[in-house]
Design a protein around this ligand. Sequence first.
Ligand code: HEC
Length: 114
Amino acid sequence: MKATVGLLALATVLATGCGPARRGVPFGPPLQLTERQQRGQVLFMRECNGCHPGAAGGLGPGIANKPLPGFAMRTQIRKGVGAMPAFTEQMLSDEEVDAIVDYLNALQETPGPL
Ligand code: HEC
């Protein structure tokens, strides 16, 4: 009996997770990312997630929910805007910036909860 209750509790935790109730990455089917987008995701987690957690709003604004054209995001990353620092070519290569933009576009194309 005790074991059943324990298992039930474990199943509940596994099913609902223990993360925050609302996250920026869209709900729904898991993201189907290309290899480049996956690379972008890793880079995003390393370079951007601190201020744009889950691409939702944090210190910086949410960026998964707006249809910013790629060139605007590239400029934003290279030049920085307001409180956001610029990322130089020593920090991120062009190819890496492209991968991040590609990843963010994938987030935008995925229907969100709203
Ligand atoms: C030190 C914190 C910080 C880091 C790191 C950071 N950002 Fe930002 N980001 C901001 C802030 C703050 C703004 C809002 C700037 C403003 O408009 O004054 C912003 C704005 C943006 C915008 C524009 C959003 C809009 O509403 O126009 C994009 C796109 C963006 N960031 C992408 C990125 C990407 C991609 C990375 C990683 C390469 C990154 N940011 C790293 C703080 C950060």
